[in-house]
Write a new protein. Structure first.
Length: 741
């Protein structure tokens, strides 16, 4: 906005007749001088019209002399404007305020449309408060006040020419964006100043590119007929003297400018990106023939690469940044006005981004349209967007925690980049979990969005598998927008029932071979099934110590689990027998079913398994379930041998980790864990207990709980059991170590 006033004086109006509700009262300024009696003598009255029409004699100021009877009638102490029903009862000398030169009341002004040759009339004369209409500063400071071909003294607001000159002077390079002065703020000005500096540097660098580089002649082999010795063929030598045009320096300069733009505020960045696009769009390749150069040296390869980066960033900004609607439209119109070269035609419609208030988009987000298409005038219109736009929309909706809208949008939108869209859709189950809809989330993992895609379960990682199971079990979610984020979880809904949970878990394992053969997934499943549906205060699972169920119950569940697992593997929607999976023993039944599944996995996929110790540790205090697994493995000697070998290798390679874990679990857990292996009737399984006992004996300084372990062995009567020579010897030796202390 201009700093000066449209008019040049001020006055005080103390009394007068109040106008009616429909009357328009003009501004009233009064000038005067002190009379001989000391009282202020009225010299003139200035009626300021609010009407900017042409019939105001070119000015917004009307002088009325109270001494002239022809103008105001007989001389009276009071001045009355009958037309406006205004009475002047008091006046004082006016203070001259800053004003445009054409509004000066001291010096007359002559108006023309675009006279810049020389000052007109007395336009060059100024008072102390005259401002230059173009420069927006005091006329005395204007360097072009009387300069020929410029003559700012002739500028006024009734000329289109002078208005354009003023806009360009105040807006600078921003004038090419067709911005109003009221649209321009500090951010846009900053972006414009950076753009001007860049354009100056780019002009120099581009001229260097146009000059080219003349390569030194080389002695290439001659391919002409007749063939001449290298360096003697004039035709080959002339081709070797060709000028090479390398765009790499220009590319580097533009890249640095784009990097700088990404660090600026949104409005400044948009101006910089659009300005850079306009500049590089006019760059030409002066080479007369194709030159085999790199992607940054060749203009026709480098410019599209830069345009790709510019348009991608602008697409994201149009979605993420809340630009005013007029500014939003002017940015798009500016880009569409750029005359693109043939090698950049593919970017012509790249900024045709659907606004947030578009009818089709809003109906999709509200759930009123689940297909993403509508018929308009007999034509089908699809919600089709580029991947950067989709990513930006998802990012904004997720930041606002509008997870249901994200799910609706991802299910309906279409994109040419099928892989990129598929990766975004893989997070739909997580977004559903954030809304508390865990059942729909579990189904979304197993069923694709459309018939042409595969399900998300095919691509989830073991860590994601464990996180999903934890969410399904507890009805809680991570605090942020990353499912692997650490920190206290938040309860957002009801957890899945045990029967639904175990069926969905096995379907996930059977849908992804990498999950099925990963010991981390099996340990996660066992830990979840052996835990409460209430999280601990730390945010970790709260393990359950389940009492061993009757043997006939265990055998019944094992027998029924075989056929159930086969049906789940075939993706059949099975029902768990209520007689076996009863509410009283549902946790125990689920754990036994997991034992059966691990057993079947070992029988078929043992060669692919890389570890087994973490599966054994996942049972926690439910040692009866681990014993049940080991007993059934003994039916196949090669499976038992392979499993024992895996456990021994894990213990050997992870001694420090195991000792640290046992320090947290305590002597009671370690004692029961060792007793499980040492009291087994199979010698191979006993070797696991002996090897573990040796690790503890060799690292007593890291096992402050070892003395309590010795007491546990003594109280449990482990020394007096018929364990065999080796086991009995090692246990007795371990107990004597602490008896002698």
């Amino acid at each position: 906005m201009s700093r000066y006033s449209r008019t040049g004086r001020e006055a005080t109006l103390t009394s007068g007749e109040v106008p009616g509700p429909t009357q328009v009262v003009p501004s009233l300024w009064i000038s005067g001088a002190m009379g001989p009696s000391g009282e202020e003598e009225v010299q003139s009255i200035i009626l300021i019209s609010d009407d900017e029409a042409e019939d105001t004699l070119g000015n917004s100021v009307l002088f009325v002399d109270p001494q002239e009877k022809s103008a105001l009638g007989e001389e009276k102490p009071e001045v009355v404007d009958e037309e406006c029903e205004l009475m002047v009862t008091f006046c004082k000398r006016a203070n001259v305020m800053p004003h445009a030169r054409y509004d000066c009341t001291t010096h007359p002004f002559e108006r023309t449309e675009c006279d810049t040759c020389s000052p007109l009339g007395k336009n060059a004369e100024i008072c102390d408060q005259c401002y230059c209409y173009i420069c927006d500063k005091l006329a005395s400071e204007c360097q072009n006040w009387t300069t020929p071909s410029l003559c700012h003294c002739n500028a006024h607001n009734k000329s289109r020419f002078w208005k354009e000159q003023r806009d360009f002077a105040l807006a600078g390079v921003l004038v090419m964006f067709n911005l109003e002065l009221t649209d321009i703020d500090a951010e846009l000005r900053h972006g414009g100043s950076l753009l001007i500096k860049f354009m100056q540097e780019l002009y120099v660098e581009y001229n260097k590119y146009l000059a080219g580089q003349r390569m030194p002649p080389t002695r290439h082999e001659c391919f002409c007929l007749p063939k001449l010795p290298p360096g003697q063929c004039n035709a080959c030598r002339s081709r070797n003297m060709e000028v090479v045009y390398k765009y790499s320096d220009v590319f580097a300069l533009v890249t640095r400018f784009l990097n700088q733009a990404e660090q600026e505020s949104p409005k400044a960045a948009a101006v910089m990106l659009l300005g850079a696009a306009k500049e590089i769009a006019v760059h030409k390749d002066p080479a007369l023939s194709w030159q085999n150069l790199g992607h940054t040296d060749s203009l026709k390869m480098a410019v599209p690469c830069l345009f790709q980066r510019i348009t991608t960033q602008l697409q994201r900004m149009l979605v993420l940044c809340d630009f005013p609607k007029t500014l939003y439209e002017k940015f798009i119109n500016f880009f569409q006005s750029i005359s693109l070269p043939c090698h950049c035609f593919g970017f012509s419609n790249s900024l045709n981004v659907v606004p947030w208030d578009h009818v089709l988009l809003t109906t999709v987000l509200k759930g009123q349209n689940i297909t993403g298409q509508r018929t308009q005038k007999g034509r089908k219109i699809f919600l089709w967007e580029t991947l950067p736009v989709i990513e930006a929309r998802v990012e904004k909706l997720v930041d606002k925690k509008n997870y249901r809208e994200v799910v609706r949008y991802l299910r309906a939108v279409k994109c040419n980049d099928t892989k990129g869209l598929r990766d975004l859709r893989d997070k739909i189950p997580f977004y559903l979990c954030k809304t508390g809809d865990f059942l729909d989330a579990a189904h979304s993992l197993l069923f694709p969005v459309n018939s042409l895609a595969c399900c998300s379960a095919c691509r989830i990682t073991p860590c994601q598998f464990g996180a999903y199971l934890k969410m399904f079990r507890t009805g809680s979610v991570p605090p942020g927008n990353d499912m692997l984020q650490t920190g206290p979880w938040l309860t957002v809904g009801s957890p899945l029932r045990d029967g639904v949970l175990i069926k969905q878990a096995f379907k996930l394992l059977y849908s992804n071979e990498s999950l099925y053969r990963n010991p981390k997934c099996w340990s996660s499943l066992i830990m979840v099934l052996g835990s409460s549906n209430l999280l601990a205060k730390s945010g970790h699972l709260n393990p359950l110590s389940l009492k061993e169920p009757p043997l006939d119950f265990q055998e019944g569940v094992l027998a029924a689990s075989g056929s159930l697992l086969e049906e789940l593997k075939a993706k059949v929607n099975v029902s768990l027998p209520p007689s076996i999976f009863s509410p009283q023993l549902r946790h125990e039944a689920c754990l036994i079913m997991a034992v059966k599944a691990v057993q079947r996995m070992l029988f078929c996929d043992l060669p692919y398994l890389t570890s087994f110790l973490e599966i054994a540790l996942a049972f926690g205090n439910n040692f009866w379930a681990l014993r049940l697994l080991l007993e059934h493995l003994s039916y196949e000697k090669h499976v038992l041998h392979g499993t024992v070998s895996l456990i021994l290798r894990d213990l050997s390679h992870q001694k420090a980790t195991v000792l640290k874990l046992w320090q947290n679990l305590g002597a009671q857990y370690v004692g029961e864990f060792l007793c499980l292996f040492l009291t087994c009737r199979h010698q191979e399984i006993q070797n696991i207990g002996l090897f573990t006992l040796n690790i503890i004996t060799e690292n007593l300084h890291m096992c402050p709980w070892a003395k309590h372990l010795s007491i546990f062995f003594h109280n449990s009567g482990l020394r007096h059991l018929p364990l065999g020579t080796a086991v009995h010897h090692e246990v007795s030796k371990f107990i004597k170590i602490f008896e002698q202390l």
